[in-house]
Design a protein around this ligand. Structure first.
Ligand code: GDP
Ligand code: MG
Length: 301
């Protein structure tokens, strides 16, 4: 870095079909966990900013919910949040999963980008899973769309190939002052991050409709004199049967969710955490305006 170079700053939107690895890449780019990750689709529900510095550039990455054909109100709000992340961005990065490069959701996004005439950086992700000749075929296929330049092949999981992407994006940003303090990594308030960490455990430990029929909110956050923090959270589910599953036999399931979430929170906050979880049945939480405000989503999408 030389003093003659101007400061740059801008928004880089990471978009793609569900499960292509957007949140994993964001965390690797930022060098810290700011967005939760699970093997299930639709883990990310809102726009999350992750902030990184490269030379004189401040890169503000926008992690978005996956883009797919929405049906429920919650899904419509998630997809709307994803597209709004795109419209405001200085640079768009489309992620494609190298193990399923031509799925319908990805092609639908490409069509929409073409209509909007937006130049897009293409990332072929998960190259740790696919042999090189197959990767080159994918690149060829996308070159025909005519909107992708340049193309990167990388693994958000291992970090392989990521340095080139970051350096390139840093040069693409507009000249201007940094918008965040240089040590800030995310725009999510701590209470929201804490709720996300518990929601991640629900996605990792529970199955079928449960992750999609539940949400987590932080109800209280109390700083203790001994430097620890006491956090109370509600897990909302839709039916009494779901509450029974979240609690588990003899409360074993909720205990394991709480233990893992607490361990993750202690790592992230670097302090002792006392976490208290309450499961509440609220049949219509996905139609409840208050829940959307808590998640940072628009109710009427
Ligand atoms: P998102 O829905 O696009 O945000 O995807 P996530 O980041 O939540 O990742 C979805 C799944 O893909 C998770 O199980 C990740 O561990 C996995 N994954 C993400 N990136 C990579 C990668 O580069 N290589 C491999 N092998 N798996 C990845
Ligand atoms: Mg995600």
């Amino acid at each position: 870095m030389s003093d003659g170079e101007p400061q740059r700053c801008g928004y880089v939107a990471l978009i793609g079909a569900p499960n292509v690895g957007k949140s994993t890449l964001l965390n690797t780019l930022v060098g810290a966990k700011v967005s939760i990750v699970s093997p299930k689709v639709q883990t990310t529900r809102r726009r999350i900013l992750g902030i990184a510095v490269e030379g004189r550039s401040q890169l503000i990455f926008v992690d978005t919910p996956g883009i797919f054909e929405p049906k429920r109100r919650l899904e419509r709000a998630m997809v709307a949040a994803a597209w709004s992340g795109v419209e405001d961005a200085d640079v768009i990065v489309l992620l494609v999963d190298a193990t399923r490069p031509a799925d319908a959701a990805t092609r639908a996004i490409v069509d929409k980008l073409k209509q909007a005439g937006r130049k897009t950086v293409l990332v072929i992700n998960k190259i740790d899973l696919v042999p090189r000749p197959a990767l080159l075929e994918i690149v060829d296929r996308y070159a025909r769309d005519g909107i992708f330049d340049p193309v990167f092949m990388l693994s958000g999981l291992t970090g392989d190939g990521m340095g080139d992407l970051k350096a390139h994006l840093a040069r693409m940003l507009p000249v201007g002052p940094w918008l965040f303090p240089e040590d800030q990594l995310s725009d999510l308030p701590q209470r929201l991050i804490a709720a996300e960490v518990t929601r991640e455990q629900i996605f990792l430990q529970l199955h079928e409709e449960l992750p999609y029929n539940s949400t987590v909110e932080t109800d209280s956050w109390e700083e203790r004199r001994d430097g620890s923090v006491r956090i109370e959270q509600s897990i909302y589910v839709m039916r009494p049967g779901q509450k029974a599953i979240v609690l588990g036999e003899g409360g074993r399931q909720i205990k394991r969710i709480g233990e893992r979430a607490r361990a993750e929170l202690e790592r992230m906050l670097d302090r002792r955490v006392h976490l208290f979880l309450f499961v509440r049945v609220k049949e219509d939480w996905t139609e409840d305006r208050e829940r959307y405000e808590a998640m940072g989503l628009e109710y009427t999408s």
